[in-house]
Design a protein around this ligand. Structure first.
Ligand SMILES: C[S@@+](CC[C@H](N)C(=O)[O-])C[C@H]1O[C@@H](n2cnc3c(N)ncnc32)[C@H](O)[C@@H]1O
Length: 262
């Protein structure tokens, strides 16, 4: 995979999640796509992400309670979710472990170009293709005596039309929530917008200045940047002191604790 990367792509470094070969707080953001279920120690991997990341951690994963309702997992192979419950962290666990977590549901498009198992929710015949199954780890993890009877039943239901009688409308549906979830943790100053919405709103458009150029209350009251005069040493000094005031205010632990209600 590394050899296939285009020239000029960001450097690739090989390592394991439980011991990332990166210095503390050395990257702005980290992202993991469908990988936590393969880690030996999820909590250690998450701790590593928090150690090396300055601003944002993004994880693409599954909410198995939702995935369990997808027709393949519910009616043909409940063993898929039974297996995955032992390897995927729950969304609740991620929310409890990561700071300032945000969870977004991502619908899988019916014509998703990545053929991972649950992305094929509108193309049941694809599961009967050994080439398609080879590219998805779950088919390697479940034993043949479990997989073969389920696939035989799916084949028969497709031939008899039973599958289409039950799930036919899915074939033309644009997208479906099969449990894909984007979990984001904010570690830097942006976290204040999620933990302290009421006060931080005052620093966003409509409040004291803007997110791009926040102002402290005294600056806002005095007319903000419009009253700072032409660019020059005075203006820079005043803006710098304004920024410092905001940072001090925002990062003061007691203020943050009070504002987040914790
Ligand atoms: C489902 S693939 C996802 C690949 C990639 N994230 C993508 O979007 O194409 C899961 C990957 O996790 C890797 N993996 C397994 N255990 C790992 C670990 N402990 N640390 C880091 N990666 C691991 C596997 O080698 C595999 O490439």
């Amino acid at each position: 995979m590394i050899a296939q990367r285009p020239p000029g792509a960001a450097p690739a470094i090989q390592g394991v999640a439980e011991s990332l070969p990166l210095e503390d707080k050395s990257v702005d953001a980290t992202m993991g796509v469908f990988t936590m279920q393969h880690w030996d120690d999820v909590d250690r991997g998450l701790a590593e992400l928090l150690r090396v990341t300055r601003d944002r951690v993004v994880l693409f994963t599954l909410d198995l309670d939702v995935t369990a309702e997808m027709w393949l997992c519910r009616d043909y192979l409940p063993e898929i979710v039974e297996h995955d419950r032992g390897t995927f962290p729950t969304i609740a666990h991620l929310e409890a472990t990561l700071p300032n977590p945000r969870v977004e549901a991502i619908s899988a498009p019916g014509d998703c170009t990545d053929g991972f198992c649950v992305a094929l929710w509108s193309r049941p015949e694809a599961h009967l293709d050994p080439g398609v199954r080879r590219s998805s780890s779950i088919w390697h993890l479940l034993p043949d005596p479990v997989v073969e009877p389920a696939l035989d039943r799916l084949r028969r239901d497709l031939e008899s039309g039973d599958w289409d009688r039950r799930y036919g409308p899915l074939r033309t549906q644009a997208s479906l929530d099969v449990g894909l979830r984007l979990v984001t943790a904010e570690l830097g100053w942006k976290s204040l917008r999620t933990t302290t919405p009421r006060k931080w709103t005052a620093l966003t458009p409509g409040g004291f200045g803007s997110a791009a150029r926040p102002m402290c209350l005294p600056c806002w009251r005095s007319g903000g940047s419009r009253r700072l005069g032409p660019p020059g040493p005075t203006r820079s000094r005043r803006f710098v002191s304004c920024s410092i005031a905001i940072r001090t205010l925002c990062f003061s632990p007691s203020w943050a604790k009070r504002s987040s209600g914790r």
